[in-house]
Design a protein around this ligand. Structure first.
Ligand SMILES: [Zn+2]
Length: 284
C-alpha cells in the first residue's frame, strides 16, 4: 500500500522545515493507497493563521481530514493525515491515469475540455497551500516548503519524479487551484529540484505579448472624381479585414494618397490614422 511512513514528519524536519504533526495523523482518514500527489490551495481567508486553518482541515468539518498536509503561508508544515483525505472529489479519469503514470501536466482540465467521470481521493496524497486563491501572494517560504514536502512524499511513496504530482485544476474543470499570477502554475521543476536537494530553478522571465503585425495593402476607397473617403486593409490571404489597435501595419503597396506611395514601411495605427486624417480619410 502506498502510504507515507511513521517517520514522515521527522524526514521533513531533517530537511529544515518547521513541522507540526497532529497526534492521530498516522491513523487519520479512511483507507488509502496513494499513487500520485495532488496540490491544492485552501481558498481560505488571507487573515487566517496557519494553526487555525490546519485545525479546520484536520477536524473542523464533517468531511475532515481535507488534506494530508497543509503548508502555511509562513512556510510552516502541518501533517494532518496519513490515510485518505477528502479534497479532490469528482475528477477526470484521463487526468488521473496520467498522474498515476507519472505523466501529469500543468494544463488545466478546463483548457483541455476534460470532464469528470470518476473520483479517487484514496489514491491522491493531497498537499494544500494556505492561500485565498484570489491574488494573495505566494511566499517563497511557502513554495519552498511545498516543494520539499512533495519531494519527500514522492520518495516515501516510491514515485521517482514530479510527473506524479498533479494539481486540482489539472484533474477537474470544476476547480482553479493552484492558480494565480503569483503562483508558479507548473510546480514540477521546483519539486524535482527539491528531490535532488537543490534550490528551485529560476523561472524563465515572462514572455511579453507580441504585437500583431499585419502585412498587406491598404486600399483607398474612392469614388471617381471625389476625394478618398476611407481605407481598407487587404492581407496576403486576400482577406479584407478591419485593422485593430493591436496591429502595426506594414504597408507594402500603399496608394499614392498615403505618404507618396512608399513601400515596405512600417506604420503604427496612430501614424496611419494621422496620415488618413491629414487627407480627410479614415481607416476602416
Ligand atoms: Zn482543491
Amino acid at each position: 500500500m502506498g502510504l507515507v511512513p511513521a517517520d514522515f514528519p521527522e524526514r521533513l524536519k531533517r530537511r529544515g522545515l518547521k513541522v507540526s504533526a497532529f497526534g492521530d495523523w498516522y491513523n487519520a482518514g479512511g483507507n488509502a493507497d496513494h499513487k500520485a500527489i495532488v496540490l491544492h490551495h485552501t481558498a481560505s481567508a488571507a487573515s487566517g493563521s496557519p494553526a487555525s486553518d490546519a485545525a479546520y482541515c484536520h477536524h473542523g468539518t464533517s468531511i475532515a481530514p481535507l488534506y494530508n498536509v497543509l503548508i502555511g503561508r509562513d512556510g510552516s508544515v502541518w501533517v494532518l493525515a496519513r490515510e485518505k483525505s477528502n479534497s479532490s472529489g469528482k475528477i477526470s479519469s484521463r487526468a488521473l491515469q496520467e498522474a498515476m503514470a507519472g505523466k501529469a501536466g500543468s494544463v488545466s482540465a478546463a483548457a483541455r475540455g476534460l470532464h469528470d467521470d470518476t473520483s479517487a481521493n484514496q489514491n491522491l496524497f493531497a498537499i494544500a497551500y494556505q492561500n485565498n486563491g484570489t491574488g494573495e501572494k505566494w511566499s517563497a517560504a511557502m513554495l519552498n516548503a511545498g516543494n520539499i514536502v512533495a519531494a519527500e512524499a514522492l520518495k516515501a511513496l516510491g514515485l521517482p519524479h514530479a510527473g506524479w504530482v498533479t494539481q486540482h485544476r489539472v484533474l477537474t474543470a470544476r476547480k482553479i487551484d493552484c492558480c494565480g499570477d503569483a503562483c508558479p502554475q507548473n510546480f514540477q521543476p521546483g519539486i524535482n529540484a527539491a528531490m535532488a536537494g537543490k534550490p528551485p530553478p529560476t523561472p524563465p522571465p515572462p514572455v511579453p505579448k507580441p504585437k500583431e503585425y499585419a502585412m498587406g495593402t491598404v486600399i483607398p476607397v474612392q469614388e471617381a472624381g471625389k476625394p478618398v473617403s476611407a481605407f481598407r486593409f487587404l492581407n496576403y490571404q486576400n482577406e479584407i479585414r478591419t485593422v485593430s489597435s493591436q496591429d502595426v501595419l506594414i504597408l507594402v503597396n500603399m496608394g499614392a494618397e498615403l505618404a507618396g506611395g512608399s513601400v515596405n514601411k512600417g506604420y503604427s495605427m496612430a501614424q496611419v490614422n494621422q496620415i488618413a486624417k491629414s487627407i480627410g480619410a479614415k481607416v476602416v
